[in-house]
Design a protein around this ligand. Sequence first.
Ligand SMILES: Cc1ncc(COP(=O)(O)O)c(C=O)c1O
Length: 422
Amino acid sequence: MNFLNEVSSLFPSAVSLASGRPSDRFFDRLNPQVLLNAVNVYQNDSVGGHGGAHGWAHLLQYGRTAGIINELVAQQVQCDEGVPASADRVLITSGCQEAVALCLPALCPEPSDVLLVCNPTYIGAIGAAKATGVAAAALSNSEPCLADAIELAVLQLRQKSQQARAIYLIPDFDNPTGRVLDADERRNILQVCARHRLVVLEDNAYGLFRYDGDPVPPMAALDEVGSVIYLSTFSKTISPALRVGAASLPDTMFGDAAARRSLWEDLVRRKSFVTVNTSQIAQAIVAGLLIQNGGRLGDWIRPALDWYRENRDIMLCELDSVFSPFSDQIRWSRPSGGFFLTLDLPFRFGADCADECARRDHVIVTPLSFFALDNSQDCRIRLAFSAVTPEQIRTSVTGLGHYVARRLEQKLLRLRDGGARG
Ligand SMILES: Cc1ncc(COP(=O)(O)O)c(C=O)c1O
C-alpha cells in the first residue's frame, strides 16, 4: 500500500489504475448540507434517533461499542444482499478492515490455528493476519475447485499439528482477481467448511456492483449450519472516509447459540480495546442516508454502477484493441462486476517494473505479487477501473501497451542474443 502511494506521489502525472477507490465524482451528492441533513434524519427517526439538543450530545459522546445503527444495517444487508441478519448479531466496525482484523484473532486464538486464504487475496486480509499474529496458509491453485483445495489444506495442516479454523473469501468480484464463485462452488465450500468446522469470513465489499448476469446468493444466505460471518462496508457504496462497516454473525455457530454469543462478546471486547466505538457521527450519516433510501442502497448506487460498468467496457475495449496483436501471449479477465480486472503477462512484473511503467509510460498498475503468499503471481497485474475517467483509461492502456511492447522486444532480443551466442 505504501509503495503504491509513494509511486503515485513520485509520478503525479501518471494515471493510476492502482487504487480500488470509488470514483470521486459521486461525492458531489454528499455535500456538507446533505451530510448534516442525513444526521438530522437519523436523529429524528423513531427507531434509533435521539432527537433535539440531547441528540447532538449523544452523537458527540463515546458510544456503544457494538454500534448504534445495527437495526438499519441488518435491514440493509437483508434487503440489498439477502443475508439473514439481525441487529443483535451485527457489530458495527470502523470499515470492513476492522471487522477482518477483529475476527481473525478471535477465530484463530491458538498459535497452531491457521487462517486459509486464496492466493492471491486482498492484501488487507494478509496484512491483518500478520498484524494480529495469525498464521495464514494459501490454498493450492492446482486443485480443480476451491472446496478440494480447502479439504487438502485442512489435511496437510493437520499433519503438521496445525488446525485450519477459518477461511477468508471474497466470493463476489474478488479483489484482486474480479472472480465470482458460482452457487454450486459456494455450496461445496460450505459443505467442506461445515465438515471441518471452519468459519467462513465472507467479505462482500463489492457485491452490489454487478454489471451483468444474475446475482449469486451470498454464502451467508446459503449457510444452513451457522458457519458464515458476513462482512460488509459502506466504503464503496457511500464513502470510505466514513469508515463504517459491519460484521453480521450467524444465529448460531455450527448450531451452538452459546458459542455465537460468546464469539460476539469476544469481538465486542476486542473492539473496545482497539477503536472503542465507530464514530457515531459517521454512523448517523450512514443511518440517515439509509432511512432516506428506504433502508437499501440499490437505487443510491445506480449512477455509480452505470459509470463503473461503462468504465469496465471501455477498458476491455481498449485492452482488446491495444493487446490483440499479443493475444497469444497476454490474457486478461472480463469481470462481471467489481472494480478490477487482471492481466497475465509473459514476463515478471514486480515493484521495479511498476516504477518503470509509471516513470516512462505514465501509468501505475499493481503487481499481483503484492497480493500473493508465494511467487505464483509474479507475471500478473491488477488494473482498477473505478476511479478513472474514460479518457484516462484510454491513455493509460495505451501507455501500458508501450511498456509491454518494449518488454516483449527486450525479451526477443535477449532470446536472439542467446541464440546467436549459443
Ligand atoms: C475486499 C476488500 N475488503 C475490505 C476492504 C476495506 O474496506 P473498508 O474501507 O470498509 O475498510 C477493501 C478495500 O479496498 C477491499 O477491497
